[in-house]
Ligand binder design. Structure first.
Ligand code: FEO
Ligand code: CA
Ligand code: CA
Length: 676
C-alpha cells in the first residue's frame, strides 16, 4: 500500500494493519545491520535464502540438529495435528472438542437483556459480553474451588458487521452512517468482561448470579492514574483538571495476570480513537488531517500517530476530538490493573510502565522478589520493554497492588554478539537530560517511544506478545511481521527485509535473573512457508506442511512449561492459504523449533490470547472478528462482509445473526491434559 495516498479499508481490522504503512518513526539508530554489512556487504543482506546463510553464520550455524532433519525428534506434545486450511467454521485436532463459551451479546448478569443485534442499545451492551474478545486471564476463587474467575479484553469494534445497514467500510464515507446510538454501543462493547465460570457435566458456563461479574467499558468506567506521570499537565483535561481521573480504557489487546491475583489490561491502538475536525486535500480528495497537529506536543502526536481518525467517536463525544481536548490521547496507551475480586474497585492506569501501544504485559516474580513485566509496542520499528518494580512481592495483597506504581522501565537493545542490553528510561541519565529537551520523568513516560529512541533501542518487526517462562527463565518475543523493513534496515534481530511472516526471538535471563542488565537472545523461528526458499524461513525440519505458520501474535506458556502460539495474519491470510490458528511449539531438545497445528479459526477471524485452566484440561481460545479480514480473497465470496452479507455467520450459523466474536472452550473428548 502506498504511503502517499489515503488507504481505503473494508473494515477496522484492515485499518489497524494498514496504519503502520505510514511509519511514525524513522529509523536512525545504528543497527546490527552495520555489522552484517561489514562482513557480507549490503548486496548480500537479502531476504530469502541468503538471509538464512547470513544468520546461520553469525549464530554459529547448525540451528537445528541432524536428528531433527531426519524427523526423529522427542516432542513435548502428543496429539494428531489438524489439517491447515480456511473455511466458514473452526476446526480442532482429532480427539478434541471445541464448545462456544461466550459470544458477543451474551448476558453476564441475571437482568441482562436477550441479545437482539438489530435493536442493540448501550444499556443492553453494558450488561452483556463485549465485542472482539482478546486476551483472557483466569483466577481461582478460594471459597469456590471448582469455579474460575475469567477476565476478557474486548479490543475493538467492527461496525460493518455489528450494525444493520452500514456499508462495508464506514471510514470510506467518513462515517456518515454511524449514529450517536451506534457510537454509544461501540463504547460499551469495548473494555473488559469479568465473569465467574462453573463446570456442569464437563462443560464450562457463566454464572450470571456471581457478585464478581462486571463490565468495564470505554464509556463510563472511572479509572485512576498513578505513578510519575499521574496529574502531569499533559494528562489534564477540561473534565479532569486533576489529571488523575480517567474515563474508560481503549483497545485492550493482550494483557497479563499478576501473582497477587489482579488482571492487567494493556491499551494498544489508542491513537485510532482520536479524531480531528480539520480536513486537508490529499490526492484531490478532502480527508481528515493526521499530521502536523498537537501544537506544542506535535512531536509526540506524530510519533504516536495521533489522531488516526479510525473511529468517529470524536464527532459525537468531544473528548475524542483532539481540537477540543488535545490532552485526552495522553490518558491512553497505558497498562490498567484491575482487581477482579472486588467489582466496585477502581482500575488503575500505571504510568510507571510507560505509554506506548502495549500489546500485553506479562508478569513474573524474580527470585529476589521484584515484579517484572514485559511488554511489546506493536508497530513497525517499535521496541521491547521491561519494567522492574521498586518494591518486592509480599504476603500483603494490598501492598502488592501498588508494586506497578513505582519502578524502572527499560527498553531493549539487541546486540550483534547475541546479548541484549536493558536501557533504563530514567530522567536525568544518559540522553534523557534537559540539554536534549527532557524535563521530567513524567515526560519520559508519556513519550516513552521518543525516550527509547534517544537511548538507542533496537527497532523491531512489530513486537507483539512477550512471554516469560516461570519454569525456564526464557522469554519469548512474537515479532509478527514488518513489510516496511528495507534491506539496509536489516539487522541480526530482524534479519529479513520485507518480513511478511514474522519471527520468534528467545531471550534468556542469566541464571533466571529477570532484573539483570544484560540478557542473551537468539532467533528461534523465522516464520513462513519452509518449502519456498525465497521466504527464508527457519523451522525444525520435523514441522509439517500443516504446522508452519505466519504472523505470530499472542502466545502462552502452559502449566507444563510448553509454548503455544496464536497467529494474526490480518487480511494477508491468503499469502499462506491458512486461517489463523493455535499452534504447539517445541522449544527444547531436538524437537526445538517444531510447530504443529491444534486449532484454526473461521474465515476472516483472528486467533487471540489463549488461556489454559490451571488443570490444563481446558484451553480458552478467543476468536476475534469472524468474517471480516481479507474475505475479498476467499474463493466464492470475494467481497467485503457486512451485517446483512457476511462471509460467515459463525458461530450461530443462523440467518438472523451476524458473525459474533466468541470464546471457544477446547478440551479432550476423553478428558485429560491438553496437548498430551
Ligand atoms: Fe491487538 Fe497487536 O494485536
Ligand atoms: Ca493481537
Ligand atoms: Ca501471552
Amino acid at each position: 500500500m502506498s504511503n502517499s495516498s489515503e488507504p481505503s479499508f473494508s473494515n477496522k481490522a484492515e485499518a489497524f494493519e494498514a496504519f503502520d504503512d505510514i511509519p511514525t518513526h524513522t529509523v536512525e539508530t545504528a543497527t546490527i545491520g552495520d555489522v552484517i554489512q561489514q562482513r557480507f556487504g549490503r548486496r548480500d543482506v537479502l531476504k530469502g535464502a541468503l538471509a538464512v546463510t547470513t544468520v546461520s553464520y553469525l549464530m554459529g550455524g547448525g540451528a537445528f540438529s541432524a536428528s531433527a532433519a531426519a524427523g526423529n525428534t522427542s516432542s513435548m506434545f502428543d496429539f494428531k495435528e489438524l489439517q491447515a486450511g480456511v473455511d466458514a467454521n473452526h476446526h480442532i485436532a482429532e480427539g478434541y472438542q471445541a464448545e462456544i463459551l461466550l459470544r458477543w451479546g451474551d448476558g453476564l448478569f441475571e437482568d441482562s437483556d436477550v441479545f437482539d443485534p438489530r435493536a442493540q442499545t448501550a444499556a443492553s451492551q453494558h450488561r452483556q459480553f463485549g465485542y472482539n474478545n482478546d486476551y483472557i486471564g483466569v483466577f481461582r476463587i478460594s471459597d469456590r474451588p471448582g469455579n474460575l474467575l475469567m477476565c476478557v479484553n474486548h479490543e475493538y469494534t467492527s461496525p460493518e458487521v455489528m450494525f444493520s445497514g452500514l456499508t462495508a467500510s464506514p471510514k470510506d464515507n467518513d462515517f456518515v452512517e454511524i449514529t450517536d446510538q451506534m457510537v454509544d454501543v461501540e463504547m460499551a462493547a469495548h473494555g473488559v468482561s469479568i465473569v465467574e465460570l462453573e463446570q456442569q457435566d464437563g462443560k464450562w458456563r457463566p454464572v450470571t448470579t456471581s457478585p464478581l461479574n462486571r463490565r468495564i467499558s470505554a464509556a463510563n468506567t472511572e479509572m485512576s492514574a498513578d505513578g510519575p506521570a499521574a496529574g502531569h499537565p499533559r494528562l489534564q483535561t477540561s473534565a479532569d483538571p486533576s489529571g488523575k481521573r480517567i474515563i474508560g480504557t481503549l483497545n485492550n489487546c493482550a494483557g497479563g495476570v499478576t501473582p497477587w491475583g489482579t488482571y492487567l489490561a494493556a491499551e494498544e491502538n489508542f491513537h485510532g480513537y482520536f479524531w480531528t475536525d480539520q480536513m486537508e486535500d490529499r490526492d484531490g480528495k478532502q480527508v481528515r488531517r493526521k499530521k502536523g497537529l498537537g501544537g506544542d506536543q506535535a512531536d509526540s502526536y506524530a510519533r504516536y500517530g495521533v489522531p488516526a481518525n479510525w473511529y468517529n467517536w470524536g464527532a459525537h463525544q468531544p473528548r475524542f476530538n483532539v481540537d477540543r481536548e488535545p490532552n485526552e490521547p495522553n490518558r491512553f496507551g497505558w497498562v490498567v490493573e484491575i482487581d477482579p475480586f472486588d467489582a466496585s474497585s477502581t482500575p488503575v492506569k500505571h504510568t510507571a510502565l510507560g505509554r506506548f501501544r502495549h500489546e500485553g504485559c506479562e508478569c513474573v516474580v524474580n527470585s529476589d522478589g521484584h515484579a517484572v513485566v514485559y511488554s511489546g509496542d506493536d508497530a513497525r520499528f517499535e521496541y521491547v520493554y521491561r519494567f522492574v518494580s521498586a518494591g518486592k512481592v509480599s504476603d500483603d495483597r494490598e501492598a502488592n497492588k501498588t508494586l506497578l506504581s513505582q519502578g524502572t522501565l527499560s527498553v531493549a537493545r539487541f546486540n550483534a554478539n547475541g546479548t541484549v542490553d536493558w536501557l533504563p528510561l530514567i530522567y536525568g541519565t544518559g540522553a534523557l537530560v534537559p540539554e536534549n529537551g527532557w524535563e521530567s520523568q513524567a515526560q519520559v513516560l508519556i513519550d516513552a517511544r521518543l525516550a527509547a529512541k534517544a537511548l538507542g533501542a533496537t527497532p523491531m518487526d512489530r513486537p507483539e506478545d512477550v512471554q516469560p517462562s516461570e519454569q525456564t527463565g526464557k522469554i519469548y518475543i512474537m515479532l509478527t511481521n514488518n513489510n516496511k523493513r528495507e534491506q539496509d534496515q536489516v539487522d541480526e534481530a530482524n534479519p529479513r527485509a520485507e518480513n511478511l511472516f514474522g519471527h520468534i526471538i528467545e531471550m534468556t535471563a542469566p541464571e533466571r535473573n529477570h532484573t539483570a542488565d544484560q540478557f542473551t537472545w537468539q532467533i528461534m523461528i523465522r516464520c513462513g512457508d519452509p518449502s519456498v526458499a525465497e521466504v527464508g524461513s527457519l523451522w525444525n525440519p520435523a514441522t509439517s506442511a500443516n504446522g508452519w505458520f505466519g504472523s505470530p501474535d499472542n502466545c502462552t506458556i502452559d502449566g507444563a512449561g510448553r509454548l503455544w502460539v496464536a497467529t494474526d495474519q490480518g487480511k494477508n491470510w491468503h499469502k499462506t492459504g491458512k486461517a489463523d490458528g493455535f499452534y504447539a511449539v517445541d522449544t527444547d531438545g531436538d524437537a526445538r523449533g517444531t510447530s504443529r497445528l491444534f486449532f484454526r479459526v473461521p474465515l476472516g477471524a483472528e486467533m487471540c490470547g489463549p488461556c489454559f485452566t490451571p488443570d490444563m484440561e481446558t484451553v480458552f481460545l478467543p476468536v476475534q472478528h469472524p468474517g471480516t479480514d481479507g474475505t475479498e480473497e476467499f474463493p466464492g465470496f470475494e467481497r467485503a462482509s457486512t451485517f446483512e452479507d457476511p462471509a460467515t455467520r459463525w458461530p450461530d450459523f443462523s440467518a438472523d445473526m451476524p458473525p459474533r466474536p466468541s470464546i471457544v472452550a477446547a478440551r479432550k473428548k476423553a478428558g485429560g491434559r491438553i496437548g498430551g
